[in-house]
Write a protein that binds this ligand. Structure first.
Ligand code: M6R
Length: 622
């Protein structure tokens, strides 16, 4: 979703700003812009309704001397993706410019007040309201009889007066025409990180723009405001006043990400799965005790034993992981598990005992709904844990403990390696809880052996790519798909359908295979392919019957199998074979051909797989 960058120092600002925005492209956006302070001209705004490449060209057309500036990639919320709605927005006839991530809920009321004061609005955004409001506060403070003309405090005061009037979330970067030696940043619910350099400082909404520029960072916390100057940073908390900036080391996991010879990040990330799964397992298998171990749950074995229920929450793909987790944990640990969409959980008030442990599952660690749901659960006294990929993200910081995926940066908007890493971690968790409860040492050891085989199994699974290409070529023109499976393969079917629809824009629905006859079977005809996930297992024969029901109605069938079955081979139009594994690990293996199928179909249809339309990598608005 929207991205922010900022630079102040002795070098030209625009190369960092444009380069930084390029590194934030993966988050999803539809317009981009920068504001630089070019003396004596004042604030110069360059914005485009389009890609960072276009912004780069627009910036290059006019020489820049500015050494202070801010930039933004916008994902439209209030008003369409036009140049006028792109950030930065100017406040009060050019006294300041700002970029904003987040949503201001009371913007309409504030706007009415500003219109009455004579302010003119050029955009439909809630962010322009903040810019004018801040300009108004600055004007009033400056007009006070005892105002010191250039004092930094005057600007800080104007920002603070503005912030108390806002209801909603914000990550803000602000530059002032008359103070080119300063950027002010402020955060409530939308992440901001400062890069500490020598004689220069950087600002960004996540760490990716900072890589290669500095290894020292300061995460801004909610209700904090920072004054960045070339040679100093001052951090001020709304309630505590000045606080010492907590300088941390940039994680080595946040390496520079390139395509590594692959045409798209999504394909690269699909192929990284043997390694990302290996990293999820690393150091967590305790063979001596036939269990899994975690460093960051911040709960004693005694506390874990007294847990009576788990509640797993998340959004999108992470919610699908939670659903698979429910099956695995209940099976191995005999522990009741609830799964809730985070967006629903945050406004529900489910009756939960205090011995319910809450897990928020999230790749980015920034998903607004998941963050809000965890906060709500925490408020009610539950211990909250994050299963998260991005180190230092908001959810990772706010949860009481958690488990990192260590999958490395996931750039493609469609989640792939994070999904299989989440399933790996959930399997470890099931083993851990199982061994604290009824699971035998022998069963624990058998599960460990299967988990250890996983990376190699995924390498072998990737060999199905050629076959998947053929299948994709045959069905790329379809307009509807069904994905069907049972047991753990039901959430897999949901995930397969989500992958296809989000990157190829083909309508796809996932269903429990047996549920199909209660409605979706009406969709079956010779133009609607059904992807059946049908590995061996307790419900194999049942799913085979469902497959026959589809064939009997002329529906084309793509079967994902883990062994040769002449009956499936005869019935299905296409068969994709994957290696066999334990039933609870099948979703990890069968995810691969479905990811590849979505990828191949989307590329055949000419879709931008890494940046699908309308989507954002981390959804930081409600
Ligand atoms: O970062 P998160 O895991 O919290 O993100 C949740 C969803 O927004 C995300 O999984 C989304 O559904 C992906 N585009 C799926 O590929």
């Amino acid at each position: 979703m929207c991205g922010i960058v900022g630079y102040i120092g002795s070098k030209q600002a625009s190369p960092f700003l444009v380069g930084g925005l390029r590194r934030l492209e993966y988050r999803g956006y539809d317009s981009a812009g920068i504001a630089t302070i070019n003396s004596p001209e004042g604030i110069r705004i360059t914005r485009v309704a389009g890609r960072v490449d276009q912004l780069d060209q627009a910036v290059s057309r006019r020489p820049q001397v500015a050494t202070t500036g801010i930039g933004h990639t916008r994902w439209a919320t209030h008003g369409p993706a036009t140049e006028e709605n792109a950030h930065p927005h100017v406040g009060g006839h050019g006294v300041l410019a700002l970029t904003h991530n987040g949503v201001i809920e009371n913007y309409e009321t504030l706007k009415q007040g500003l219109l009455a004061l004579g302010y003119t609005f050029h955009s439909a955004t809630d962010s322009e309201v903040i810019a004018h409001l801040m300009a108004e506060c600055l004007k009033n403070i400056s007009a006070a009889p005892n105002a010191t003309t250039d004092s930094v405090d005057r600007y800080v005061e104007a920002v603070q007066q503005t912030l108390v009037q806002l209801r909603g979330t914000y990550g803000l970067a602000i530059v002032f025409r008359d103070r080119p030696d300063m950027i002010i940043a402020a955060r409530l619910g939308s992440p901001l990180v400062i890069g500490v350099g020598r004689g220069e400082h950087f600002l960004a909404s996540d760490t990716s723009p900072l890589v290669g520029f500095t290894e020292r960072i300061v995460y801004l916390a909610d209700h904090q405001l920072a004054v960045l100057r070339a040679d100093s940073i001052q951090v001020i908390h709304r309630d505590e006043g000045k606080v010492r900036p907590n300088v941390q080391q940039l994680s080595s996991q946040t390496q520079e990400v390139d395509l590594g010879g692959f045409p798209h990040y999504m394909l690269k990330e699909i192929y990284e799965q043997p390694e990302s799964i290996r990293n999820a397992l690393r150091g967590r298998l305790d063979k001596d005790n036939g269990t899994a171990k975690f460093g960051g749950l911040n709960l004693t074995p005694q506390q874990l034993r007294s847990v009576r229920r788990l509640l797993l929450t998340g959004c999108g793909t992470s919610w699908h992981s939670a659903m698979v987790g429910e099956y695995i944990i209940e099976e191995l640990a005999r522990l009741p598990v609830e799964v809730e969409y985070a967006s629903e959980l945050r406004y529900r008030n489910p009756p939960l005992e205090h011995d319910t442990l809450i897990f928020g599952i999230t790749q980015s660690g920034e998903t607004a709904d998941t963050l809000a749901a965890l906060r709500e659960m925490k408020r009610k006294g539950h211990h909250t844990l994050a299963i998260c990929n991005v180190i230092g993200s908001s959810i990772a910081q706010e949860a009481d403990g958690g488990i990192y995926l260590h999958a490395g940066p996931e750039i493609g908007v469609a989640s792939t390696k994070a999904f299989t890493s989440q399933l790996t971690v959930l399997s470890l968790l099931a083993l851990h809880f199982g061994r604290l409860r009824g699971l035998s040492f022998e069963a624990g050891q058998r599960i460990i052996a299967r988990l250890e085989e996983l990376p190699e199994l995924i390498e072998r699974t990737l060999e199905c790519h050629d076959k998947v290409r053929t299948v994709a070529a045959r069905f790329a023109d379809a307009t509807n798909f069904l994905y069907l499976g049972r047991n753990t393969n039901f959430p897999s079917a949901l995930e397969g359908a989500l992958k296809l629809k989000e990157i190829s824009y083909i309508h796809a629905e996932g269903y429990p295979a047996a549920e199909m006859k209660h409605g979706p079977i009406a969709l079956v005809d010779e133009h609607t392919p059904s992807v059946f996930i049908i590995p061996r297992g307790v419900v194999y024969d049942k799913v085979l019957s469902n497959l026959q029901e589809v064939k009997a109605r002329g529906g084309p069938v793509i079967a994902i199998v883990d062994h040769h079955d002449p009956q499936v081979a005869r019935l299905a139009d296409e068969v994709i074979s994957v290696p066999a594994t334990e039933e609870f690990l099948q979703p990890i293996v069968t995810a691969i051909p479905m990811q590849l199928l979505a990828y191949e179909i989307a590329t055949l249809r000419g879709c931008d797989v890494d940046k699908p339309r309308n989507l954002a990598k981390s959804v930081t608005v409600e």
